[in-house]
Every structure is written in C-alpha cells, then in structure tokens.
Design a protein around this ligand. Structure first.
Ligand code: SF4
Length: 501
C-alpha cells in the first residue's frame, strides 16, 4: 500500500483516507498533513485521527507530542511565525521579534535573508535554484545509462561493491550490500533525506538541483540488491524537494517501472536521521533508536530487510559505475571522490553549498569560500555538525589530515564559522542546548547529561571534573550516536576550558 502522500493530504488530510482503517505507518504523515493544512493540530483533530486509526487517543497524543513537525501542544492553537533558534542563524543575525524559536530548518543557504521568519504554513519555497537539469537534459548527458547497465546485468552488484572498496572515499555500499544480499529475501530501500543537522543542507541542494541524479542512484541500488520498494524519507521542511522528487519519479517512470515509490515526511526531530529511529517513525511509532546490536538489514521496515542509504551516497554511486561528471550539472562534481559538499554557515561572507576540494586548513577553507563577513576575525568553527568538533586556537591552521588525526571529521559536511566576537563556551552551550532538546530521552546519561552540560557550561565556574564524569557516562552508557557523540563533544569542550585559547 502506498504510504500517505503529504501533498495530497494537505488538501483533505483526513477525508483522503476513506473509511477503511489505515495502516499504522500512515499515522505520522496524517498528523503532519493536518499541521501543514491548518497551521496547528488540536485535540479534536487528534481524537478524530485516533478514531480513524482505531487507536487509543494516548497513542496518537504520544506521536503528536514527540514530533516537532506535528508541533502539538496541549490546548494550544497557533499560526504564529517561527524562526530558527540554532547556532548557524544565531551567528548570522538577531532573532526576529515576535517569532517563536524553532530548530534549524536547513535554509541557511539563503545568505541574503539569514534568520528570516517563517509562517508555519510556508513550506514549499525552494532554497536553491530550480533543478539545473530536467529529465531531458539529464538523459541527453548520459543520465540513466548506469542504471540501465545495472538493470541489464552489464554492471553487477559485486562489481559495484569491488569498485566501492577501491574508491578513495568510503561509501557504505561495500559493507551493507553483501549483508543485504545474504538475507535471501527481497529488501526495501530507504533514502535517508532527513538531514536535521543544524547548518547542513547538502541533501536539500542535491534534491533540489539534481533530483534525477539522486533518483538514478536509488534505482541503481534497488536494481543491484533486488529491492522493488523505494521509500524517500525527506525532512518535513523540504517540501519543495519532496515535490521535485515526485516530479522526477513521474518524468522517469518509463525507466523506473520496476519499482514502487513512496515519499514520506520526516517527523522533524534530529534523531529521525538515526536509521532505527527513522524506521520506527515510518512504522508510525516514536523515533526512538533501537538498542544495538539491531540489524535493519535483517529486520527493518515492517519486518523486511531494509537498506538505508543517505542522499550523498546514492548521488555519488554513479561514479562506481563509471559515470563521469556532467558539465551542465554542478552537483555532479561530487562524482569526483576528491570533492566535498560543504554547507558553510555562520559569520562568513558567502554562506551556502561549496563543492570544493578541502585539503588545507580551516582558515584556507574560509578564505577560499569568500572570507569572513564584515571584516570579522576568524576564531574557529563547528566542523561536522551538532555532534562534530569545535575547531579553534592553533587548530584553525592545521591541515585537514592533521585535524582528522585528532578526531575532527567533516561528517555530513556542516561547517559553522565563528569570529573573535564569539565566546567558545557560549558556542558549546548552544550545541548542548540543541542536543538536550533533540535527545529522545530514552537513556538517562543522554537525557540528563546533555541538559546538565548545557546548564553547567553556562554557569560562571563549571565543575570541570564533575562534567568529565558526566561525559564518560554519556560516552559509555548511551545507546545511540547522539548520546555517545555528545559525550565526546563534552570531553573536547572540557579540554578547551582547561586550556583556553
Ligand atoms: S543516546 Fe540519547 S538520543 Fe540516543 S537513544 Fe539514548 S536518549 Fe535517545
């Protein structure tokens, strides 16, 4: 059964479901659609949804209060404007008055309009330019040839895995595909476009500027591993990207008739990007990560073996099939393994996506990408997103390989730059406030530790030794990468406090 279509639902969120009891997996989509249509979700709507799904009202309330994309608050009806309250925008401009602060919405590339406010009903505007290459142009430049070669068996899954193993950039193809093949049951493919890291928007860029490039990567993967069902799980703020993906699927339908597609909205929580949490949200549950070892490749969405890949992995996949960058599609430079897609934000003159080869220092990167804004002095950056590292002091001039030897990785590509006017401890407090807000609350070290770190670091004289114990507990006893990564970040922050720069 096709999963709930949010675009259709915004017209008639409940009536489109008919009178049959819908599958539980459609529950989150219905709630998001109600929010998008009305600007809010109220008690009466939740009770109607509970009746329709034949669920206890508490089960629907549980979801509605968990997911920011639903945004339900008891007894509250609001259509107020909201604005990003996370670090990339905090470093760009003051919070607009009269706007409720919300999580980063991935629109930091709008450099000329930083930190602008949004109506909660305003969802569909593109962040980037229109697709640089439509279906005709994409095919004219050799698009879908790799997919056709895989479909016809001219390029095999083992050959792609072998290519992945020798490619200079790690793609999880080499680790996941052999395991999914060993299941002996048809798998599902989920395209993870949740992208909820503050100041990170490369998935949005790829989906908006070259949706066929992403789609072909998904089709190559599905064909190679024998999947017939492909689910695009797209951040709820990226309504325009969802629309373009749907349009691309329609345009390429003659090539892709082997597959069933679904496009689902994410719930708007950072943890939705964790694979097991993502699958839980697609099943109509709260996005709470499952304790490891838990293998989606064996038992994933609705019990099927499930392969989850992120957008960038799928986009780069054509390179393993011998495809060369397309001159008319800027994003296709990523078929070169030496090129990074960096989401540059903060106190820089030209925020946005940078497709560049970054080998030098952070300072080199900032200079190469247009320098600081208004003559500000570079003091450092958060590299690698919310669970990344604070790079400051002498590290600003370390080459990238030296940074990596000290545990600083680009991760999903977010780099948020701060200046000598910014206080590193306040930056860290902002990061821990984000993590405390986004912790799903399932395990105590993460739930308590992130909130404690945020408040303790904001105090005039934090107890560094006590915080070191908290960091250790978070690293050792959290069940997912959020809590463990928060523990590593706290350890790094404490070393900065001990040796201030
Ligand atoms: S580590 Fe944090 S985000 Fe992950 S499951 Fe535990 S409480 Fe949830």
């Amino acid at each position: 059964m096709p999963r709930f279509d949010a675009a259709q639902a915004t017209k008639h969120p409940i009536s489109v479901l008919g009178t049959e009891r819908p599958a539980r997996g459609r529950l989150l989509g219905v709630l998001i659609a109600l929010r998008e249509k009305n600007g809010y979700v109220d008690d009466a709507m939740l009770r109607s949804v509970a009746t329709l799904f034949r669920l206890a009202p508490v089960e629907v309330y549980e979801l509605a209060t968990f997911y920011p994309a639903v945004g339900y608050k008891l007894g509250e009806k609001t259509r107020s404007a909201v604005a990003c309250g996370d670090l990339p925008c905090m470093l760009s401009a003051p919070q607009p008055s009269g706007c409720a602060p919300v999580a980063c919405r991935g629109r930091c590339a709008e450099g000329s309009r930083p930190h602008r406010s949004f109506s909660v009903l305003e969802q569909v505007q593109p962040v980037f330019e229109q697709p640089s290459c439509g279906f005709g142009g994409y095919v004219a430049q050799g698009g879908y040839q790799c997919f056709e070669a895989v479909r016809r068996g001219q390029i095999t899954a083992p050959a792609i895995v072998a290519a992945a193993r020798s490619w200079p950039r790690r793609l999880p193809v080499a680790t996941k595909w052999p395991l999914i093949a060993a299941q002996g049951r048809p798998p599902l493919l989920v395209v993870n476009a949740d992208e909820s890291d503050p100041g990170t928007f490369k998935d949005c860029y790829l989906l908006e500027t070259d949706p066929h490039g992403v789609l072909e990567g998904a089709a190559i993967t599905a064909s190679a591993v024998g999947a017939r069902r492909i689910v695009f799980y797209v951040r709820h703020d990226y309504a325009h990207a969802r629309k373009l993906v749907g349009h691309a699927i329609d345009e390429a339908s003659a090539h892709l008739s082997d597959f069933e597609f679904e496009i689902a909205s994410s719930g708007g929580a950072y943890i939705c990007g964790e694979e097991t949490a993502l699958v839980a949200s697609l099943e109509g549950q709260r996005a709470i990560p499952r304790e490891k070892p838990y293998n989606l490749l064996e038992h994933g969405l609705d019990g099927h073996p499930t392969l989850v890949h992120n957008v960038e992995t799928l986009y780069r996949l054509r390179a393993l099939c011998g495809s060369a960058p397309m001159s008319a599609v800027p994003a296709s430079r990523l078929l070169d393994p030496g090129i990074d897609a960096i989401s540059l934000t903060g106190r820089v003159a030209e925020p946005g996506i940078k497709l560049i080869q970054w080998r030098g220092s952070l300072r080199d990167l900032v200079i190469d990408c247009g320098g600081m804004r208004n003559g500000a002095l570079l003091h450092g950056a958060i590299v690698g997103g919310a669970l990344g590292s604070i790079v400051t002091g002498p590290m600003v001039d370390w080459p990238r390989d030296q940074l990596e030897r000290h545990g600083v990785f680009l991760g999903a590509g977010g780099v948020t730059v701060f200046s000598s006017d910014d206080n590193v401890r306040e930056i860290a407090v902002g990061m821990f406030r984000f993590l405390a807000r986004e912790s799903c609350g399932h395990c105590t070290p993460c739930r308590v530790g992130t909130a404690h770190a945020a408040s303790a670091l904001a105090a005039p004289s934090p107890d560094v030794d006590a915080l070191a114990d908290v960091a250790l507990a978070m690293r050792e006893a959290s069940i997912c990468g959020l809590g463990r990564g928060a523990g590593r970040l706290l350890t790094q922050t404490l070393s900065l406090l001990r040796e201030p720069v």
